[in-house]
Design a protein around this ligand. Structure first.
Ligand code: GSH
Length: 210
């Protein structure tokens, strides 16, 4: 099977790079220069009409959206490596639920936080009360994740899986955006374990200080 990942440094593609490292799947990596507009060139738009990274081309067929790509990688390569549940295992349902939750439910709140306060966003969109509301929502969302991780050290049970990698990548990004996990001890410890993974170091560089 031929895999080509189109990515850019420190972007939405980086968790996919991390997933490929965690799964140890051979692939070609094509790094785009987003500042030069590589992602808006016609040949790239033919692969991904959104003009963003990541795109994974599988035997000539492109797919986009990081979470869909990583869920597919789990199905195709993770099961045989013990990093993703089999299709008929109840844990597969849990893996799909939490990974989609991270990108859709939690990720929406990251976007709201970023638009409402991030210096990189258009200042006309800044809205301090909305940023405060988002911070309150993060408290609730992280509380639910913390309750899950209080039951087992990892999302699917005792063993680390690609589901942990996917969800932890999103939560780690949110801390970079100004969300604190300090009030959520199980999330905090789980995130620190994620930062110790060799695939994390290979992808993101050195682990952040605890
Ligand atoms: N929801 C998409 C987000 C992709 C995305 O926004 N990628 C950014 C990098 S973090 C990008 O390529 N931006 C380039 C642009 O908007 O021109 C995914 O998860 O794949």
């Amino acid at each position: 099977m031929s895999l080509t990942l189109y990515a850019a440094p420190m972007s939405s593609a980086t968790p996919v790079v991390c997933a490929l490292a965690e799964l140890d799947v051979p692939h070609e990596l094509v790094m785009l220069d987003l500042t030069a507009g590589d992602q808006k060139k016609p040949e790239y738009l033919a692969l991904n009409p959104n003009g963003v990274v990541p795109t994974l081309v599988v035997d000539g067929t492109p797919m986009f959206e990081a979470v869909a790509i990583m869920q597919w990688l789990g199905d195709r390569y993770g099961v045989e490596r013990g990093l993703w549940p089999a299709a008929d295992a109840p844990e597969r349902l849990t893996a799909l639920s939490w990974t989609t939750w991270a990108y859709v439910t939690y990720g929406t709140m990251i976007n709201i936080l970023n638009y409402s306060q991030n210096p990189l966003a258009d200042p006309a969109l800044h809205h301090p009360p909305l940023a405060a509301h988002a911070q309150g929502e993060f408290g609730k969302l992280l509380g639910r994740l913390d309750a899950r991780l209080a039951e087992h050290p990892n999302l699917l049970g005792d063993a680390y899986s690609l589901a942990d990698m996917i969800v932890a990548s999103v939560v780690a990004y949110s801390t970079y955006c100004g969300v604190s996990v300090d009030a959520h001890p199980h999330v905090k410890a789980w995130l620190q374990r994620f930062h110790q993974r060799p695939a994390y170091a290979k992808t993101w560089g050195a682990a952040p200080a605890a």
